[in-house]
Design a protein around this ligand. Structure first.
Ligand SMILES: [Mn+2]
Length: 212
């Protein structure tokens, strides 16, 4: 968690028409710049100071077909907690900004992704309501210099600021690197499906309420 007294300064820019956004978020713990293009080709430029975390963010870009620039200068001399949580928050803010009023999106997305012995399922809903249900029994605490516990913090940060409902289940897995990678790849695929524009529903907000 961020210390409650940490000052937070957020600036963000969304470009009309294009599903892109830029968010800069600065606190006493982290200084983060995120740029997203939801209709990208999967190009990523990532620098968080945690190698395995960069590897996971790369999965979001590649398998979500989202162009992603993430630069984080975090207080890694303490540990990776603030860096990982705050990147989740800032990415959530950027995705929310880029998706705008959600007209024409499919809204729901899901994916099963295997990697050798590991298998994960992720289901997402751009519901407008933050909610995370996650069941990932990691077999190891550390994956390189990445604490596997921070996976939850990343997704909680994302969910709270992208206003999505997210269910994450690791169904099988022995190797923690594989477990984590299947979670991020399935998240990317689910995200891509939910954010895709449905030609049968062009310009329509996919809710009987009329807003999401
Ligand atoms: Mn890998």
């Amino acid at each position: 968690m961020n210390t409650p007294t940490a000052p937070e300064a957020v600036t963000s820019v969304a470009t009309a028409g294009a599903r892109t956004a830029e968010v800069e978020r600065n606190t006493a713990e982290t200084k983060i710049k995120v740029r997203v293009n939801l209709d990208g080709t999967g190009k990523a430029q990532l620098s968080t100071g945690i190698g395995f975390f960069d590897h996971m963010l790369d999965q979001i870009a590649r398998h979500g077909l989202i162009d992603l620039v993430i630069d984080c200068q975090g207080d890694l001399h303490i540990d990776g907690h603030h860096t990982v949580e705050d990147v989740g928050i800032t990415l959530g803010q950027a995705v929310a900004k880029a998706v705008g009023d959600k007209k024409g999106i499919r809204r729901y997305g899901h994916a099963y992704v295997p990697l050798d012995e590991a298998l994960s399922r992720v289901v997402i809903d751009f519901s407008g309501r933050p909610g995370l249900v996650m069941d990932v029994p990691f077999t190891s605490g550390m994956i390189g210099t990445f604490d596997s516990q921070l996976t939850y913090e990343f997704f909680q940060g994302f969910v709270n600021h992208a206003f999505v409902t997210l269910h994450i289940d690791n169904l099988k897995g022995v190797n923690a690197h594989h477990q984590c990678e299947t979670v991020f790849k399935a998240f990317a695929r689910a995200l891509r499906g939910a954010l895709e524009l449905d030609p049968r529903s062009a310009g329509v907000i996919p809710s009987t309420k009329g807003s999401l």
